[in-house]
Design a protein around this ligand. Structure first.
Ligand code: GRF
Length: 202
């Protein structure tokens, strides 16, 4: 059976992308293959991670685009030219328009560093999510992989994993533990599941 092609959209360091690359190497992801890594930021280290293993690394520089419509048109063109049918947002720091998300119903997935519906939606990104969890005083947080629709962090949940909060946690220590104990595990498992389901439905 031919593998489902995956485009991974990134903005920064790309540790979640690395988890996907490692999972493909280790056979945890076997129904799909990463065909391209696309960044909105030319300085993203994630692009280096892709190049290091021979994956096409493409930059669609948001700052060089006239507006969001222009940016999203170029993003779609990059996804199409990679032949990708599954799109993974792995630390992609831009909210996409409803017109854009409607093009990829149940084909675009995102990783969010909390247990949705807690600490999610507009403004909850990066360290802010962990600051909010600590400020509230919850004892358990985690990560969620979900399909992307027009509502930020609002699409159908694919997988979640809980992580305990420790005494003395800072936003930084919590962010790291959520990545190690949840994000880097459930993102590859979810990508495999979505690709396998898609391959089976063809
Ligand atoms: C992760 O915490 C992810 O959940 C969030 O942004 C961070 C990206 O980290 N959306 P990286 O670029 O994958 O290292």
């Amino acid at each position: 059976m031919s593998k489902v092609k995956i485009a991974v959209l990134v903005s920064g360091g790309g540790t979640n992308l690395q988890a996907l690359i490692d999972a493909e190497r280790d056979g945890i992801i076997y129904s799909g293959e990463i065909a391209a890594v696309i960044s909105d930021n030319p300085g993203a280290y994630a692009l280096e991670r892709a190049r290091a293993v021979g994956i096409a690394a493409v930059c669609v520089d948001r700052k060089a685009c006239a507006d969001r419509t222009d940016f999203e048109a170029k993003l779609s063109a990059a996804i199409d030219s990679a032949g990708a049918s599954v799109i993974v947002l792995a630390g992609f720091m831009r909210i996409l328009s409803a017109d854009f998300t409607a093009k990829y119903p149940e084909r675009m997935i995102n990783i969010h560093p909390s247990l949705i519906p807690s600490f999610c939606g507009e403004g909850f990104y990066g360290l802010h999510v962990h600051e909010a969890a600590l400020a509230y005083g919850v004892k358990v947080t985690g990560a969620t992989v979900h399909f992307v629709n027009e509502v930020p962090d609002g699409g159908r949940i694919i997988m979640q994993r809980a992580v305990d909060i420790a005494d003395g946690d800072t936003p930084e220590t919590l962010q790291r533990r959520v990545m190690e104990q949840a994000e880097w595990i459930i993102l590859p498992l979810s990508v495999e599941k979505v690709c396998a389901d898609m391959a089976a439905s063809k």
